[in-house]
Design a protein. Structure first.
Length: 173
């Protein structure tokens, strides 16, 4: 098995034909900061170029969370201009996972909220254990999901069910 770190918060493990993209920011329950988003995108670029990888599994190093979404502490500290510059970096993380050329599986345990749920939705399959809690809570404060959730969720669960989840910000356990 080989391991390669992308920045401080993302680890890629390769074993034969399987790659594991590990979200590794446990102190923040894998909240996606700008640095972490850039690392996810970089890891995806490397995985896409690796002809030996036949499947990628997106996992978490945190025992209670897959990913709790955007790093709101960082986001709240950004000026409007900084937020405009940060947005393409964040989008690159979701697009990177979505556009991986091999099948991708999200192995979800614990919280997968907001952008964390959107990362899972960017995968081809989601395998969730009994502890999984998923949802798009940002809509309860008037924020539109920015990682593709409003497009990806209807593809998974149908338009009516997605509308209910998006409009109510209800979590599924």
């Amino acid at each position: 098995m080989s391991e390669e770190r992308f920045g401080e918060f993302v680890l890629v493990r390769r074993r034969e034909y399987v790659a594991e993209l590990v979200l590794d920011r446990p102190k923040a329950m894998n909240a996606v900061s700008t640095a972490m988003a850039g690392s996810i995108a970089a890891a995806c670029t490397a995985l896409a170029a690796d002809r030996d990888v036949r499947v990628t599994v997106v996992t978490s190093s945190h025992e209670r969370a897959f990913c709790v979404g955007a790093d709101l502490k960082e986001r709240n500290s950004l000026t409007d201009a900084e937020l405009v510059r940060q947005r393409p970096v964040a989008r690159g993380a979701y697009t990177g996972v979505l556009e991986l050329p091999m099948p991708t599986i999200a192995a979800v345990h614990g919280f997968a909220l907001g952008g964390g749920f959107e990362l899972a939705l960017s995968c081809d399959l989601i395998v969730a254990d009994g502890t999984a809690v998923v949802g798009l809570p940002e809509v309860s404060v008037g924020v539109i999901p920015g990682g593709g959730g409003t497009q990806l969720l209807p593809r998974r669960v149908g338009a009516a069910r997605a509308a209910e989840l998006i409009f109510t910000a209800r979590r599924l356990e």
